[in-house]
Design a protein around this ligand. Structure first.
Ligand SMILES: [Zn+2]
Length: 332
């Protein structure tokens, strides 16, 4: 029996044996090649809601998401920028960055989406493995940030190659989720340890303010930088990051953008980088009860700025691949 799918973006893992029923004219092989290697993760809109206690895990704050998407916007090709604008909701006023925190705004309305903002590893394991780690707290496979990135990329790709899919998925929501989650997976503590909920349960002081480690990385480092270096103007910070991209990181851009084997999207290496940075920078010297001040701030800010740059560059590269008419849906 064909899987019924509606216009909601609700997602659940789909057994690949149902794939041909769901994907209409798109062949199983073509679609499988969109996602990484052997995982063949497919998610579609559906009606299952996992109602659970949702941990208070937030994402890059509004500033972080806005910066990521602003950096991405400038790197879209003209044709892709137009395709993206077509999908944006009216309230975006044609600006992708304006909707990059939407997924946070609706997370308590779309409660099923709450677990899709992060992926945590077993405690003190500084390596990420999709198969082991990508599940929600109840153990449902593929419900994590990297699984969600595959899901929404697939929805947009299928719609771009197959008009039937356009009616199946809410592509505006798919674009807004994808743009948000590519930002999230670059926040190191969105790939943190399970036991402390990615730093959420590690209470600390940020200078004199009581907070938790996750929030330090979502928001406080960026806010302190805005205050100290950027005249409280996010545009100045984004301009500085863009200058770094063209001056200091131009040689790295190619490798940051690329996906192995010409895949359309490749969130797994980004998650691997994040847990590595979480171990080396976020958790280090940030034990429960510690006070984090200049030493921590000054050594971690470059990490945050580089992750915002990488997130923006990779979001743009992914959207360029998805919407480019030359781009094949599958790997040769
Ligand atoms: Zn998020």
């Amino acid at each position: 029996m064909a899987m019924k799918v509606g216009l909601s973006s609700r997602v659940f893992a789909l057994n690949t044996t149902h794939l041909s029923e769901v994907l209409d004219n798109t062949s199983r092989a073509e679609a499988a090649a969109v996602v990484m290697g052997s995982w063949k993760v497919f998610w579609v809109s559906g009606a299952i809601v996992f109602l659970q206690m949702i941990p208070a895990i937030l994402s890059w704050g509004q500033h972080g998401h806005y910066a990521t998407c602003k950096i991405a916007e400038r790197l879209l090709t003209d044709g892709v920028r137009a395709a993206v604008k077509e999908l944006l909701p009216e309230f975006a006023n044609g600006e992708l960055a304006a909707v990059c925190s939407w997924a946070d705004d609706i997370r308590f309305h779309y409660r099923w989406s709450s677990d899709l903002h992060f992926v945590d590893t077993p405690d003190f394991r500084c390596q990420y493995e999709y198969c082991r780690d990508c599940h929600d707290p109840a153990g449902h496979k593929n419900r994590c940030v990297t699984g969600a990135i595959y899901n929404y990329t697939l929805q947009l790709m299928l719609a771009n190659h197959n008009s039937v899919s356009e009616r199946k998925y809410n592509l505006t929501e798919a674009l807004m989720f994808l743009s948000h989650f590519i930002g999230d997976v670059h926040q190191p503590l969105h790939v943190g340890f399970t036991g402390d909920l990615g730093g959420n349960t590690i209470q600390a002081h940020w200078y004199r303010r009581k907070t938790n480690l996750h929030h330090v990385w979502d928001t406080m480092i960026i806010d302190s930088a805005l205050k100290k270096y950027y005249d409280l103007d996010l545009t100045n910070m984004i301009t500085a990051i863009q200058r770094n991209i063209s001056d200091n990181w131009s040689d790295d851009m190619g490798s940051w953008e690329a996906c192995a084997s010409n895949y359309t999207v490749c969130p797994n290496p980004y998650a691997t980088e994040s847990i590595d940075l979480a171990c080396k920078y976020a958790y280090r010297n940030a034990t429960p009860g510690s006070t984090l001040e200049d030493d921590y701030f000054l050594s971690r800010l470059p990490v945050v700025e580089k992750r915002l740059a990488q997130g923006g560059i990779r979001l743009a590269a992914t959207l360029n691949r998805i919407f480019s008419s030359q781009s094949p849906i599958s790997v040769a």
